[in-house]
Ligand binder design. Sequence first.
Ligand code: PLP
Length: 384
Amino acid sequence: MERGLSRFTKRMPQSGIREVFDAAQRYDDLADLSIGEPDFATPEPIASAVADAIGNGVSSYTETVGRADLRAALAEKLAAENGIDAAPESAVMVTPGAMGALFAAMQVLCDPGDEVLVPEPYWPNYHGHVASVGAEFVPVETDDEFVPTPESVAAAASDQTTALLLNSPANPTGAVVPPDRLRAIYDVAAERDLWVIADETYEDLVYDDAEHYSPASDDACFERTVTVHSFSKSYAMTGWRIGYASGPGPVVDAMRVLQEHTVSSVAEPAQVAAMAALENRDVVEDIHRAFADRRELILERLAAVDGIDAGTPRGAFYVFADVSDLAADSRTFVDALMAEAGVAAVPGAVFGESGEGHVRFSYATDASTIETAMDRLEGLLESA
Ligand code: PLP
């Protein structure tokens, strides 16, 4: 058969993080710091609420945008914690993870040939989202702490630019964009009449004096912003595949129609899990505390390694360490780390050109795996 796949499909890359995952399958004894997934099981009150619901026959299609009780609870949470005023009946939608919300937002906001601005280093899946609609991916420079500036956003914009994707706290860098900076960046988006997609998947995971700020808490900003949240990281619920989007009514309505034709609605047991999560919001504090301890541990261990600069990541559960004194090429460094020391991490180059010279270590795993990985890293560098 001669006929090939569609143009957009051929342009859709696989994430470089996946390459590390595939390579890791060849080893039995890896200290794995490559995965961006909490190692906890979903907290008990959430799991038991779902078990009860399934026992009671909760297993139906729901409204495409999600159950009304869940949307009401989400709107309350958005108002109380994010300062976002989103009407539950028209401006909030339950999605299959943040991933489903990001994909849908891109589909309804961008056309082929449009340019989408993405601060670099970036989460590689954004490439797939942009490519899926035939838009062009335009990286935006960030400062020494991996935070975009209003000037860098303005410099990257052109007449073809239609959207700006912001991710704070950020994967892979752990950067948290301060509120003032986000407001100044939003001003550039408003001047240029751009849509803003705010990926706040890691909103609960900020440390030290960092503050999470939702730009859509400003009413004018809300009108041009789709804000994306997730249950995956805050509640250790990656496998439930549930997140939510909030934004202007017409945009959410377009996303609803798209979702009607793709997933129909998010699995009802997952929606029950999300309700239980919101009713047990204190479980996030335990998860946060565990990550804060692990962050301290890995930063302390990396600070003792000559040639590595771990910086000060203030959010998410990643350290984006500068290893350029040890190896110019992050892939070579990571390959040696895996093959010779049994440690998995992700080469900075997969997060964009400016990620080269860095390695992403995830501290979503337990303390003893972090200790083992750091012992092995030190051993490898001592023997070099
Ligand atoms: N956004 C970022 C920045 C992520 O790192 C991830 C997952 O790693 C997601 C979105 C997707 O999250 P979800 O599991 O809610 O689809």
